[in-house]
Design a protein. Structure first.
Ligand SMILES: C[S@@+](CC[C@H](N)C(=O)[O-])C[C@H]1O[C@@H](n2cnc3c(N)ncnc32)[C@H](O)[C@@H]1O
Length: 223
């Protein structure tokens, strides 16, 4: 794979849709989850961010206050216009020195080996072509780089995963395309990463259909 053209980056970003209403409702929707543990998870995860850092699908910027001050560079991306507006506003308010690119995970406007750390939190449930996105993360990470993630994944409890399968379509319709039954960890591993899970939470951080929530680090497997 090679660096996508500017036209391809724009084409892929334009495929991600969202409304002003859902962008404004995002923080209130997550308020309880953040208070009851998600915010702490962001803190713990991002304490490991180092070097040049790139965040995918940064949304309204709920990670911004959790980045350690000693990272060398922070590049934020968000394809959806309404969330991007809120992200830029929050970045300005926090005074964080960050660059912004409008891009989707399937086509990242960077050369190979550009970053030491890639961050994605609660993103891979929504990405349209997740395998292509995993390949892009691998491409832009330097050798020895790390991908820090928090994702909600398919439950391994059969009764819950059956409910996730049954409600997948209506849930996606109300939750901006979020797929509650994705086997995201298996997909990351199949894309050539070694995954270390640091936490698995099945508590009330998110609605039951969007649990468990896992945090961890994925490192490219070298052959
Ligand atoms: C559930 S929100 C998570 C936002 C933020 N990362 C957080 O932790 O709060 C999912 C985000 O992924 C973005 N997104 C959707 N499809 C995407 C894609 N193909 N590539 C990158 N980001 C995408 C959405 O616009 C949204 O901001």
């Amino acid at each position: 794979m090679s660096t996508p053209s500017a036209a391809e980056v724009e084409r892929q970003a334009d495929r991600v849709h969202g409304s002003g209403l859902s962008a404004r409702l995002y923080d209130p929707f997550l308020w309880w989850g953040e208070k009851s543990g998600l915010s702490k998870k962001r803190d713990r995860l991002l304490a490991d961010a180092r070097g040049e850092v790139f965040e995918i699908g940064a949304g309204t910027g709920l990670n911004l206050s959790h980045y350690p001050p000693d990272i060398e560079r922070l590049v934020l991306s968000e394809p959806e216009h309404h969330k991007a507006d809120l992200l830029l506003k929050r970045a300005a308010e926090t005074g964080l020195d960050a660059q912004f690119v409008r891009a989707s995970a399937e086509a990242l406007p960077f050369d190979d080996d550009s970053f030491d750390t890639v961050v994605a939190t609660l993103v891979f449930c929504t990405v349209g072509e997740p395998e292509a996105a995993v390949a892009e993360v691998k491409r832009v990470l330097r050798p020895g780089g790390q991908w820090l993630f928090i994702e909600h994944i398919r439950s391994d409890r059969p009764m819950v995963s059956r409910i996730q399968d049954g409600l997948a379509r209506p849930w996606a319709a109300v939750a901006d395309g979020c797929q509650c039954n994705r086997r995201t960890i298996e997909m990351i591993e199949a894309g050539g990463f070694e995954v270390e899970l640091t936490s698995v939470a099945d508590k009330a951080l998110m609605p039951p259909i969007a649990r468990p929530i896992v945090s961890g680090t994925a490192r490219p497997v070298t052959v």
